[in-house]
Design a protein around this ligand. Structure first.
Ligand code: AKG
Length: 341
């Protein structure tokens, strides 16, 4: 590069305006159902009709648009839910053998909250403030639940695209997490192309720290972390500010907080911007076993978040994909009893 071109580049860099922070979802790339004139009946008329669903797709899509969530009752067969939990118990029991990552939100772990389960004592893994991360990588039944037909049929209609399972979390106890919206933390290439499933692995007791959520909150104006709508190292405001903003805005907008008291095998699906969190655990003896999966669309999630430079290896179930964990390919599907279910 000549000296003149170098100088020109420096001048361009100095005078170019700073990148504007993102303060809202980009309207043109919103999932079609989130646009003002979304015609749900027209959309479904143009698609192959889906039969044998345990719910009414049109009715659920209308409900989703208005409320930002749906509940699919008895969407996952009991044998699958029980197999997944047996594997989690085995993971905890035989933790010395396993590399699955776990997030521990306890004071002793603040320096290094994410660790392989083999490095965390069994008593800690068996207690609260624990999130097992991406166990679906290791488990066939985890993948089959994540990409269950009853879930991906609904979400592929919402995105009008192939569904991609992005990540998952497993909980034995309630999270007690403050109110939040997932797009701030789980970011795909098109941030509005995000949805989540909360699969009840047992009946939820009101004192176990159930999930709570604000129906209709998916259309509220977004919180600004000081550097836009995503929480990261440059943010000047934190998750507590986010929670306070959301609780206040929901109250001002007259949105009522609901508590999720669903049964084993039921599923809550929620929108990228539904405000939700984990309620206080009022009885510490009560578990609240649950499997949370996050999804995006094929258009918006092209690469594994931990290796964006490589072409992902895909596993396809019910027309939806999940990517093999590029850092632990030898650990993929080591829990394989789900193959025969
Ligand atoms: O299950 C919970 O208590 C919280 C889960 C949650 O908020 C999330 O994964 O986004």
């Amino acid at each position: 590069m000549s000296l003149i071109s170098k100088l020109k580049a420096v001048v361009r860099q100095t005078i170019s305006p700073p990148v504007k922070p993102v303060t809202e979802f980009d309207y043109p790339t919103l999932p079609w159902i989130d646009k003002k004139d979304a015609d749900i009946d027209g959309f479904l008329r143009q698609r192959e009709p889906v039969t044998d669903l345990p719910y009414d797709l049109v009715e659920k899509m209308r409900f989703w648009k208005a409320n930002g969530y749906v509940i699919l009752e008895q969407a996952i067969q009991t044998a699958w839910v029980e197999q997944l939990w047996r594997e989690v118990e085995e993971l905890i029991d035989q933790h010395q053998k396993h590399q699955t990552l776990v997030r521990v939100d306890l004071p002793a772990y603040t320096q290094k909250p994410v660790q392989p389960v083999r490095d965390v004592p069994k008593e800690v893994l068996n207690g609260p403030y624990i999130k097992f991360m991406d166990f679906h990588d290791n488990s066939v039944i985890g993948k089959k639940i994540m990409l269950h037909r009853n879930i991906v049929t609904f979400l592929s209609a919402v995105f009008n695209d192939k569904v991609i399972g992005m990540q998952s979390l497993l909980f034995k106890y309630g999270s007690q997490q403050a109110t939040h919206q997932d797009f701030a933390y789980v970011v795909s290439e098109i941030p509005s192309h995000l949805a989540a499933a909360w699969v009840a692995l047992e009946d939820v007791h009101i004192d176990s720290g159930p999930l709570f959520y604000y129906p209709g909150s998916h259309t509220l104006n977004k919180f600004n972390f000081g550097n836009g709508i995503f929480f990261n190292g440059q943010s000047t405001r934190d998750p507590n500010d986010f929670a306070n903003y959301l609780d206040k805005r929901c109250q001002e907008a007259g949105l009522k907080r609901k508590t999720l008291l669903i049964k084993k095998g039921d599923v809550l699906l929620w929108h990228a911007a539904l405000a939700h969190g984990g309620d206080e655990i009022r009885n510490p003896a009560l578990t609240r076993k649950s499997f949370v999966c996050h999804y995006s669309s094929d258009k918006a999630y092209r690469h594994h978040r931990q290796l964006p430079t490589a072409e992902p290896i895909r596993r396809t179930i019910n027309g939806a994909d999940v990517f093999v964990n590029p850092h632990m390919p030898d650990q993929e599907d080591i829990f394989d009893a789900g193959k025969t279910l």
